[in-house]
Design a protein around this ligand. Structure first.
Ligand SMILES: *[C@@H]1O[C@H](CO)[C@@H](O)[C@H](O)[C@H]1NC(C)=O
Ligand SMILES: *[C@@H]1O[C@H](CO)[C@@H](O)[C@H](O)[C@H]1NC(C)=O
Ligand SMILES: *[C@@H]1O[C@H](CO)[C@@H](O)[C@H](O)[C@H]1NC(C)=O
Ligand SMILES: *[C@@H]1O[C@H](CO)[C@@H](O)[C@H](O)[C@H]1NC(C)=O
Ligand SMILES: *[C@@H]1O[C@H](CO)[C@@H](O)[C@H](O)[C@H]1NC(C)=O
Ligand SMILES: *[C@@H]1O[C@H](CO)[C@@H](O)[C@H](O)[C@H]1NC(C)=O
Ligand SMILES: *[C@@H]1O[C@H](CO)[C@@H](O)[C@H](O)[C@H]1NC(C)=O
Ligand SMILES: *[C@@H]1O[C@H](CO)[C@@H](O)[C@H](O)[C@H]1NC(C)=O
Length: 405
């Protein structure tokens, strides 16, 4: 309602208030102590204002609160231990503030708690081992975008049977992951941008409702287990920029009917690109770049009709003479293709005329360092949306077609 100003102490006189919702305004200043007299409050939403100062310790006196939304303000200082006294709390959202210090050890012990959002603060230190000890009702945990560090304790995820969403992304967590096989209700798991290492837990295959698996930018190592590819609900698999090695399982794509994004860029993966990838027919982004894949590309790659980005560059791919023509012809079925990179492959071929059959939606085409010989075909001029074409470091000859100009 575009309201501003501070909250007057007289608010404490409204002692029968059960619900106070003043979110999305421009109130500022600190919260008056008198607010602590509203002991009947069950619902308190102060989100998206400009409140500042510390979250007052008397907040713990509002022990009938079920909903506490303080997100989107300028609260600073640490999370008060007294919040653990709010025994009927169901949802707490402190995201987008300036909170610092560590998470108090037994703060989330209320058995009714369903949602914890601490996203985008400056919280630091280790995650208390017992943090989710009594949290069988928890459905949603977002601790992303903080400065939390240390390892996750071995039994941390054992007793969260209702958890659907878990993010600890963009922190400084390290060490190996505890087993996660008991998180059977999980639909998202976000661990990206941390320092996790070691293998991906083998029980991952028990997460049969998982839709998003994002662990990119860590130091995970070892092979990618088939169990991951056996989760048919997955829409996104993002494991780029780790230290994963070995071959992809040959039957990897068979059950990925819902997969839209497979990003494995910047690992140490080797072997061939399995033909079964073509069974993942909903793929929009397939990024296998900067690995050590060898051999060729599945012949019918264009069966992935919804592809918008196909990144295969920076591998050890080798394409036989005339094969490039059939790859381009196949890809002509991908009407939405915007980005295609094969850079740093051993093509040893000429650029076929069928390059002109690629989708007119193509904006970026990376074919540098590919041992391409011969002339650049006139047909390249058909690619009317092209804004980024790299052909450097090849063995091309002849004139540059006027169709490019
Ligand atoms: C309302 O609250 C103020 C400040 O807390 C107090 O001084 C005043 O007496 C209260 N008024 C009534 C009518 O209760
Ligand atoms: C504030 O606005 C957001 C976005 O429009 C909305 O989701 C939220 O419910 C609003 N909060 C309140 C307290 O009105
Ligand atoms: C929690 O509440 C109890 C009594 O209800 C009180 O003695 C204790 O000081 C409170 N703890 C905090 C941290 O506020
Ligand atoms: C866990 O919750 C139950 C109530 O469901 C309570 O009796 C018990 O004391 C709690 N345990 C801890 C460690 O807080
Ligand atoms: C999973 O849950 C079961 C039953 O609650 C428990 O016995 C087990 O220790 C938990 N942890 C793992 C890793 O399976
Ligand atoms: C694949 O998933 C199915 C359930 O969808 C399960 O029955 C089967 O055991 C899994 N296979 C492997 C190898 O994990
Ligand atoms: C990545 O794995 C290789 C062995 O596969 C190992 O030599 C290397 O140290 C690892 N790098 C990192 C950053 O973990
Ligand atoms: C995989 O694709 C092939 C070729 O289109 C098809 O014959 C096969 O039935 C598919 N397998 C599954 C499990 O969808």
């Amino acid at each position: 309602m575009d309201l501003g100003g501070t909250i007057p102490p007289q608010i404490g006189n409204l002692s029968f208030l059960v619900s106070l919702s003043i979110g999305n305004n421009s109130f500022h200043g600190s919260l008056p102590n008198e607010l602590s007299r509203l002991f009947r409050l069950q619902f308190l939403d102060l989100s998206y204002n400009e409140f500042s100062g510390e979250i007052p310790p008397w907040m713990g006196l509002l022990n009938k609160l079920q909903i506490l939304f303080l997100n989107g303000n300028n609260f600073e200082g640490s999370i008060p231990q007294s919040l653990s006294n709010i025994s009927s709390l169901q949802q707490i959202d402190l995201a987008y503030n300036q909170l610092s210090g560590s998470i108090p050890s037994s703060i989330f012990k209320m058995p009714t708690l369903q949602q914890i959002v601490l996203y985008s603060n400056k919280l630091s230190g280790p995650m208390p081992a017992s943090i989710f000890f009594n949290a069988s009702s928890l459905q949603y945990i977002n601790l992303g975008n903080n400065e939390l560090s240390g390892g996750l304790s071995t039994y941390m995820f054992d007793h969260l049977p209702n958890l659907q969403f878990l993010s600890v992304a963009h922190n400084h967590f390290s060490g190996v992951l505890p087993e996660i096989g008991n998180l059977t209700m999980l639909t998202a798991l976000f661990l990206y941008h941390n320092n996790f290492e070691g293998a991906i837990p083998s029980q991952i295959g028990r997460l049969q409702k998982l839709e998003q698996f994002a662990i990119y930018s860590n130091y995970f190592s070892g092979p990618i287990l088939y169990e991951i590819f056996n989760i048919s609900t997955l829409r996104n698999i993002k494991m780029a920029f780790n230290n994963l090695s070995g071959d992809l399982p040959s039957n990897m794509g068979l059950f990925l009917h819902n997969l839209q994004v497979l990003a494995l860029h910047g690992n140490e993966l080797s072997g061939t690109i399995p033909n079964s990838i073509l069974n993942a027919s909903q793929l929009i982004i397939l990024d296998l770049g900067d690995n050590s894949f060898s051999s060729s590309i599945p012949k019918a790659i264009g069966n992935l009709r919804f592809l918008e980005a196909l990144i295969l560059g920076d591998n050890k791919l080798t394409i036989q003479s005339r094969e490039l023509g059939s790859i381009f012809s196949s890809l002509s079925s991908c009407k939405f293709l915007r980005l295609f990179s094969l850079a740093k492959s051993h093509l040893n071929d000429v650029l076929p005329n069928s390059i002109g059959n690629l989708s007119t939606s193509l904006q970026r085409l990376g074919l540098h360092d590919c041992n391409i010989k011969g002339n650049i075909p006139e047909e390249i001029g058909n690619l009317s949306s092209l804004i980024d074409l790299t052909l450097n470091h090849n063995e091309l000859g002849g004139p540059i077609p006027t169709t490019i100009g």
